[in-house]
Design a protein around this ligand. Sequence first.
Ligand SMILES: C[S@@+](CC[C@H](N)C(=O)[O-])C[C@H]1O[C@@H](n2cnc3c(N)ncnc32)[C@H](O)[C@@H]1O
Ligand code: SF4
Length: 479
Amino acid sequence: MNSEALTSLNDIDRNYPVPRVYDFLSCPENSGFLEYVFKDPFGCHVFPGDIAGYPLDSFFDDMDRDIGQAKQIHLWSYIPTCRYRCHFCQYPTVILNPQATSSRAVFRDLVDCNIKEAIMWLQSVPCLAQAEVGEFNIFGGTPSLLPEPELRRLMDFYRSHFNFSAATMRFEGEPGTLTNDYLRLLKELGFTKISFGAQAFNDRIITACGRMHSAEDCVKTIYNAREIGFEWVSVDLIYGMLGQSVDDVKYDMEKTLELELSHVVCTKLHMEEFMKKRTGVSGERASLWQKKGPGNINNMNFPGLGKQYQMRELVEQYLLPDYREHPTMYFHQNHQRPEKWKGLITDLDAQYPEVAIGLGGSSKCTRAEAINITGYKKYKQALDENRLPIEDSRGVSSLHREVNAFKMALSTLVPVNDNVFRQRFEGRSFFDNPIICRALMTLIDKALVTADADRVTLTPDGVTLVEAIINTQFVTPEA
Ligand SMILES: C[S@@+](CC[C@H](N)C(=O)[O-])C[C@H]1O[C@@H](n2cnc3c(N)ncnc32)[C@H](O)[C@@H]1O
Ligand code: SF4
């Protein structure tokens, strides 16, 4: 067994209970799971295709066919500007001073590129213009840096070229830039949901990750957004960060309850390269913390695996009475609805296509997926040469379509229902799929799931380890 991984698992805060998954992970026959969580790839929201080198024409044909049949789609536009780079972040970003005159041209170019790319998508996928957009998201980066005229230009374009008749609109910002004026502008443009990263409610931790706002700024943004009329304010928190203790996460949870956040995303800090796992927005370059390694920085350490699971259990302990987790890491108050865009792409009765426009975006349907270029220069060059800035596309074989559908459904944490599965796959049960069936035998044996005639349910350990389950258990048997 990997002794480094075991040492990390044994890094436990004695003031809190030993985490529930300790026994499972310390068991020699589960070393594959320990190995996986120790390396911590960020892979639970990606379901890559198994056919490499898939031709772009086939990718677009597949998208067109799936989009034509789907009830709705998830459409997103990625704006990569940021005014600083956080030490944990690998997302493709363009760092600038929003006040500098030179930044105006960058914002204009970014919106031009986004619009040009979207027009090329509309030409390549004829069904796209009519498809009902379920949710439209502007993700970042920090899109709240976009000057008003550029944001209006972008929105005019999307509204006039896509079918927004049933769309909810969600916008991702950053607390230091979501001013009251900007929030009012978003409201006027039709956005009803906003999300932003706080990462923690403790200034010492926020500063240690290189962010230029305070916890107070986060709290003010939440209250201001509510006052302006956003009933949906989602806040991102990370656990496992530099210098963060189990007590700090307890404080974040107390604050979450005190603020009565309608939605909160609690992610473990991921240090493995995103790009390797083709994650939602693929990584561009190593984060500062990755470059420095997991050791001691400025007399602060990263909590080991044991403490990370104690943190995760605190999140559950504080949130689960009043919140539900759906999908993994995304918590919503019981009387609120889960994240719509996540449901559109992962719920077993939906799993609709998503189209991502912008640097590093990833688009997919049941038959194929593609990721965009992550370097801004290369991205812009592709568009200047009238090429879609797609880095790589993959197809999904019929066997893996079922596997991906099952894995996506597992990631929602909702029991996977075989009757719904059969409706998707012309009567085929998930037990008929050799990869799923083999995985289920192991998972039942290890008490990570329970199964009855038509339902598979994650056990509490299974919920905690769902990312490892999805990424290690559904493998093609050796020929
Ligand atoms: C790409 S950011 C966009 C939000 C906005 N720029 C902000 O920082 O407020 C979306 C979220 O991804 C999460 N994130 C980014 N890098 C991460 C990492 N290495 N591990 C875990 N979560 C990460 C952060 O919680 C962040 O708020
Ligand atoms: S976490 Fe947000 S603000 Fe920080 S660098 Fe990444 S995208 Fe920019």
